[in-house]
Write a protein that binds this ligand. Sequence first.
Ligand code: ADP
Ligand code: NA
Length: 319
Amino acid sequence: MRSLSGIQPSGILHIGNYFGAIKQFVELQNDYEGFYFLANYHALTSSPKGEDLKSNTINVILDYLALGLNPKKSTLFLQSDVPEHAELSWILSNISPMGLLERAHSYKDKVAKGIKPNVGLFTYPILMAADILMYSPDIVPVGKDQKQHLEMTRDIATKFNETYNKEIFKLPKEKIVENVATVPGTDGDKMSKSYGNVINMFGSKKALKKQIMSIVTDSTPLEEPKDPDNNITKLYALFATETEVEALKEKFKAGNFGYGHAKNELFDKFMDYFVPFQKKREELENNMDYVYEILHEGAIKARNIATAKMDEVRDAVGL
Ligand code: ADP
Ligand code: NA
């Protein structure tokens, strides 16, 4: 059984990427043959400077490894090391209906947030379909925001198979962990690199604390009881046991407990959780040759699969 997923190196990763995606990749490693890539072609949709994309890419591979992806168990690679993704995306774009893409929530949400869309952002789900269908995975572990993109991937695969009257592509299933399906950002909306509402995992203690302190709360005075199901509690629940979450809720309900106190408790839990990963990451940073070697080997393995699949695809479409 095969599992495949990717993350865009479009910024520094945040705890939504970890709990929604990477933590699953790590947990699935023993039972699935894993393929986890860095979606750097996708990252181009946000028009980054070349040097920023390069440094974000290095940061994400370091994050993958520090957070527990094991290159002995999983194939880790850069999307751009397998240019067949772009070729397949073009081929798939010719059987994908405009209407299918026009219904994409993620695109509409980004435009609604004021992001000026380019054509790449619009056709993003087709490239994603190519990324996935190329490797015939059984499951694609993702956060909830990707559910519709997986439906579109299946639609595109079905349309292709029907058009060319051949089972070229296997229909993949998304794997979403319900309790972490959408990690809220510091403003209460979905946490996203593109929305500037993130809590990162790595960075200076001061910067991480500042992000946690920026969680938006209401202005209930310190002494009064507070809604226990607030944004701080939701984030705290990612790190704490059920008993600890209940205890925090009780404090909110009792009053005389400020949001600042709660943020400090969240920060302590957050640090306990991520400090071991931070140490591992520092070790990796001092061993970059090893990191580049992993990407090199991953690229060879991924490309072997991709070239074989493209032979079938080219043959079917008549190229
Ligand atoms: P971003 O939206 O921050 O740019 P990506 O689009 O690169 O993140 O998504 C990478 C993975 O992380 C996807 O599987 C996505 O579903 C997951 N993910 C992103 N944000 C969240 C979130 N707030 N909660 C849960 N999962 C998330
Ligand atoms: Na996203």
